[in-house]
Ligand binder design. Structure first.
Ligand SMILES: Nc1ncnc2c1ncn2[C@@H]1O[C@H](COP(=O)(O)OP(=O)(O)OP(=O)(O)O)[C@@H](O)[C@H]1O
Ligand SMILES: [Mg+2]
Length: 271
């Protein structure tokens, strides 16, 4: 896939170790199910799309014992489709979809994508998932994020947060909540990470805590745009608290708190 837009049938046959007629027969069944596409040029080639790739990732997660069953779709983001799943504990599987609808991540972490052929969305999604999982492993449990569980192709499996986005609830102590958020951003900063897409839509709150999600676009604090991205993150959060709770905080003060040390708070809400 990395080398061919349409993978030659003979190449697939060689990889599978099966006779060419059998491979062709099975691929035609998959084609009827809409999981692969066939094109006849000077050779016969196949392409897999996101639905087929989702199933491959899911099969791998099941085989490796991380997932027992998959549940409802819980979210469709600009750059992902998110499903509930189950093992001993409730999980979610975030299937990345970078490239198709948005170039946000691809642009920002451009160096990760430098060797990709044009239009290779599955690879873009796989690299983004790998990046998100790596960042989450680096942050957890020091920063309040869902526990990362497993990575398979373009799918990140993590703990399910039984909560809501903070814009969907009414916080009873918004000032404390803002403090907690700045505290978590500060902890991530100390670990060398800037979220780079932080907003009220990427913060979940459950009965006990807030959890920051959606890390594929995170950058290292030494990234050339890190300071600008950090300012943007903090400014999004301040604007939300000002708009909804009339809490005013100067951007520079908030940035100082994130870059220095701040106190512990507790966040509470009612829905
Ligand atoms: N660990 C989780 N627990 C519960 N729900 C989650 C979790 N992770 C993601 N979700 C749900 O899935 C949605 C999309 O997830 P996320 O924000 O990570 O993806 P995204 O595609 O980058 O979204 P967007 O581009 O819209 O910000 C979230 O808004 C949330 O509703
Ligand atoms: Mg999001």
């Amino acid at each position: 896939m990395r080398d061919h837009e349409w993978v030659p049938l003979l190449h697939i046959t060689r990889l599978s170790g099966l006779p060419v007629r059998k491979v062709d027969y099975k691929l035609r069944i998959l084609e009827d199910m809409g999981l692969v596409f066939r094109e006849t040029m000077h050779y016969v080639g196949y392409q897999i799309d996101f639905h087929g790739y989702d199933l491959l990732a899911l099969a791998e997660l099941v085989k490796r014992g991380f997932v027992e069953c998959i549940g409802d779709k819980v979210g469709v983001g600009k750059e992902s489709v998110v499903f509930e799943a189950l093992n001993d504990t409730p999980l979610i599987i975030k299937f990345h979809r970078q490239g198709r609808t948005s170039f946000k991540h691809v642009r920002r972490v451009r160096s990760l994508f430098k060797d990709l052929p044009r239009g290779s969305w599955l690879h873009a999604a796989t690299i983004a998932a790998k990046h998100e999982f790596r960042i989450m492993k680096r942050l957890y449990p020091m920063v309040s994020i869902p526990k990362p569980v497993a990575l398979s192709k373009h799918a990140v499996t993590m703990e399910l947060v039984m909560g809501s986005q903070i814009n969907r609830v009414i916080l009873t102590n918004p000032q404390d909540c803002l403090d907690v958020i700045l505290d978590e951003v500060h902890k991530a900063f100390l670990l060398g990470i800037v979220h780079a897409d932080l907003s009220e839509f990427n913060i979940l709150i459950d009965a006990e805590s807030i959890k920051i999600i959606d890390w594929p676009q995170a950058v290292d604090v030494n990234h050339s745009s890190a300071q600008e991205l950090l300012e943007h993150d903090i400014s999004n959060i301040l604007k939300f608290f000002e708009r909804k709770y009339k809490i005013m905080m100067e951007l520079d003060d908030a940035l100082d708190r994130v870059r220095d040390s701040i106190g512990e708070g507790h966040c509470d809400f009612r829905s």
